[in-house]
Design a protein around this ligand. Structure first.
Ligand code: ZN
Length: 211
């Protein structure tokens, strides 16, 4: 294949990211998929794979534009979601999980507000994308809308997705999102939490930027 963009090191990095997601407890069974982008090409975990045991050689290189691949292996069923997010952003890597608290919250609220300043890493208040059937273009469209100006979103009655610079960054964002979801859930169960406002988050951005 003339336009192959990913080598063995890229495949190893993607599978290391998948293992990290599993080790952080963000996935159950074969739920969850990860990808990295380079130009017009995407390397994505295979359909039905367990995140803790993805075979690097089973990861599938697809075209960003139409998902076409060389027929070797089957890409994740959420390939349309990954491609749509890349097409709408400058992201270099994506992690999609059914992590527990993000999924719980996705059935309860319309957004995950700034419960803690760490949400600055995800761009601020996270929206919950409307429910659509998994693997469809409709889901890809709903999530892409919800992620506008953000590095992540919750997906109603489904899970969460984040987009980072590279796979390590995306895994970090997935862990952060799940932690924030857990804090917010516990807080609303216990009472009415104080919520930061946009000015507070902007101040954090400036402080981080200054370091
Ligand atoms: Zn899913």
């Amino acid at each position: 294949m003339a336009d192959r963009a990913f080598d063995a090191a890229d495949r190893a990095a993607l599978t290391a990211g998948a293992r990290a997601v599993a080790q952080h407890g963000l996935v159950v069974g074969s739920a969850g998929n990860l990808s990295v982008r380079r130009g017009e090409r995407v390397l994505i975990t295979p359909r039905g794979a367990l995140c803790e045991a993805v075979d690097p050689d089973a990861c599938v290189e697809i075209a960003l534009a139409d998902g076409a691949h060389d027929g070797h292996g089957r890409p994740s069923s959420e390939s349309p979601l990954h491609r749509a997010i890349y097409a709408a952003s400058g992201a270099g890597a994506i992690v999609h999980t059914h992590s527990h608290y993000a999924t719980v919250l996705s059935t309860l609220v319309d957004e995950l507000p700034p419960i803690h300043y760490a949400i600055h890493a995800l761009g601020g208040t996270l929206r919950v994308a409307r429910y659509e059937t998994f693997g469809t273009d409709a889901l890809a469209e709903a999530v892409t809308e919800a992620m506008e100006g953000r590095r992540g979103a919750l997906m109603a009655n489904h899970g969460a997705v984040v987009a980072g610079h590279d796979i390590e960054h995306a895994v970090h964002l997935a862990v952060t999102l799940e932690w924030l979801a857990g804090v917010y859930y516990d807080a609303i169960v216990a009472g009415t939490p104080a919520i930061l406002d946009e000015t507070d988050i902007e101040a954090v951005r400036e402080r981080v930027g200054a370091r």
